[in-house]
Ligand binder design. Structure first.
Ligand SMILES: O=C(O)[C@@H](CO)O[C@H]1O[C@H](CO)[C@@H](O)[C@H](O)[C@@H]1O
Length: 495
């Protein structure tokens, strides 16, 4: 039994001693997306010297709501028109928190639609293909998963959904609705988490493997440069669509795409995406920090939900995952670098790249105070080299590229997770710097997919759903709630 049994936020202190439970317990009462992380609307007013800044944020809130409505395809939200025309897994989970700020019913619907594509074995795929589109490659005809026509991709993405479900449940203006929704959703969330351990940790390492860079969500990260060295197969000719929407210098190379597709075709042709086989045959098998940090954090939130629902057997099952995960994370710590690293499960080697996911164990709550101090030292060094944090790669790494997708630019969803983690460990000043940078980036460049950490320019897709959701649920939550309140009449204030 873990010492975290009676508290609702797990930190290393709670896993190793119960001395500081009361501190974390009171912090946790502040809620998930708002753990002191956003300045409230009032604080914004006090701190803002210029009225125009406030007006700017009000217009960003309006635009964020419009972007979600514009990208709404009826029950699900596409990440961006044209570039990503289907329902993506972790995008949708983040986006549901954005909807929750002004449309409670629609927020639950986002998660329900995501789980409507759940595989029999519990997996939630990286992409749900609800409607036809020819603006994205590879689409359903290429994936060819066992459903005919293919309803989903054949791989997964970081399990953010339990975090989002807790956020929706805990902050629900209509508790009875939330209870009914969570009663139905909980078994599906649990089945997905069980799938992770069964399909991706059959050797009981405590940490799970990803089998494709697309599963990490950080698709083009230098952390995969070495692990992607396997030879590519003879591939059917293919035509990329991403380059018709976004500059080639912001997207992965042809060689990288050849590797992505080699994995896809091997998984499809030889093994029909059978997870029990994929784990053993994939030439790419990595312990990814992003996935594992999110899974650990999601287990904490799933445990919290299980406690609310009185599901004690399930609580015990989840606590076992947390205990094993805590042990598993130890193999990912690089003491010399003072960073967590991804690990190649085939060679056992830690990746040579320091990536932004190195700081996500703070979000998971799995780092010790000593490890947190070392991470912070690295983070401060990174931030001293760029104007806007947090770059997706150490700016002193020779591979750093301020425009290339996941090889330098800033993503707001990662900023939120890092700043949230920093606050848990008491690094409020650093968390504020990241929050402020995120505000400046959206002020200057709008709701872009990602941002140049050196110039602040917007990159990738425009009117991007998860960036809009991060403004609504994190950066401008106070203002968004107020605006939502005016639009839809009185409802319970969430803070
Ligand atoms: O580039 C792509 O085609 C897709 C493949 O899943 O990934 C990007 O785009 C997806 C949609 O926003 C994200 O979920 C991923 O994390 C990544 O940034």
């Amino acid at each position: 039994m873990g010492p975290y049994r009676d508290v609702d936020v797990v930190t290393v202190d709670e896993l190793t001693s119960s001395k500081e439970d009361h501190i974390w317990r009171s912090k946790s009462l502040l809620g998930l997306f708002s753990i002191g992380d956003s300045l409230s609307h009032e604080e914004h007013s006090e701190h803002s010297e210029h009225c125009s800044e406030e007006d700017k944020r009000a217009s960003i809130v309006r635009e964020s709501m419009e972007v979600l409505r514009m990208n709404d395809r009826g029950g699900y939200t596409v990440p961006a028109e044209g570039l990503y025309p289907f329902q993506w897994n972790w995008d949708s989970a983040i986006v549901s928190a954005g909807w929750a700020v002004f449309d409670e019913g629609r927020a639950w619907e986002e998660l329900e639609t995501l789980f409507s594509g759940q595989w029999e074995d519990g997996m939630i795929a990286s992409i749900n293909f609800h409607q036809f589109s020819n603006t994205y490659f590879p689409g359903p005809e290429i994936w060819g998963t066992p459903d005919n026509p293919s309803k989903t991709s054949g791989i997964t993405q970081p399990p953010v959904a339990a975090l989002a479900a807790r956020f929706l449940f805990e902050n629900a203006p209509t508790p009875a609705l939330a209870r009914a929704k969570i009663d139905a959703l909980f078994p599906k969330l649990l089945a997905w988490h069980r799938w992770w351990y069964k399909a991706r940790d059959p050797e009981n390492k405590g940490v799970v493997a990803i089998l494709h860079p697309w599963e990490s969500g950080m698709d083009n990260s230098p952390a995969w440069d070495e692990t992607m060295q396997f030879p590519v197969d003879d591939l059917p000719p293919y035509e990329r669509r991403d380059l018709t929407h976004v500059d080639a210098n912001m997207r992965p190379t042809k060689d990288t795409y050849d590797h992505y597709l080699t994995l896809l075709y091997r998984f499809k042709k030889a093994h029909g995406y059978d997870p029990e086989q994929l784990y053993w045959i994939s030439p790419f098998k990595v312990t990814d920090l992003c996935t594992n940090s999110i899974l650990f954090r999601a287990n904490r939130d799933l445990r919290w939900l299980a406690l609310q629902l009185g599901k004690h057997e399930e609580v015990a099952e989840i606590e076992k995952w947390l205990d094993n995960g805590f042990e598993g994370f130890k193999s990912l710590w690089d003491e010399e670098a003072g960073l967590y690293k991804c690990q190649d499960q085939i060679t056992g080697k830690l990746a040579d790249a320091g990536i932004s996911a190195a700081f996500l164990p703070l979000f998971a709550g799995v780092a010790s105070k000593e490890q947190a101090a070392k991470l912070v030292k690295n983070l401060e060094r990174w931030l001293s080299k760029v104007k806007y944090g947090v770059p997706s790669l150490d700016p002193e790494d020779p591979r750093f590229d301020q425009l290339q997708y996941w090889r330098g630019p800033v993503w707001l969803i990662i900023n939120w997770m890092i700043s949230n983690g920093l606050r848990h460990y008491g690094y409020d000043d650093l968390a504020n710097r990241i929050t402020e940078d995120s505000i400046q980036l959206t002020n200057e460049a709008g709701l872009r997919e990602y941002f140049d950490p050196v110039t602040g320019a917007g990159c990738g897709g425009r009117q991007f759903s998860w960036t809009a959701a991060m403004c609504l649920a994190w950066l401008d939550r106070g203002a968004a709630l107020e605006m939502g309140h005016k639009m839809s009449g009185p409802k319970k204030h969430l803070e």
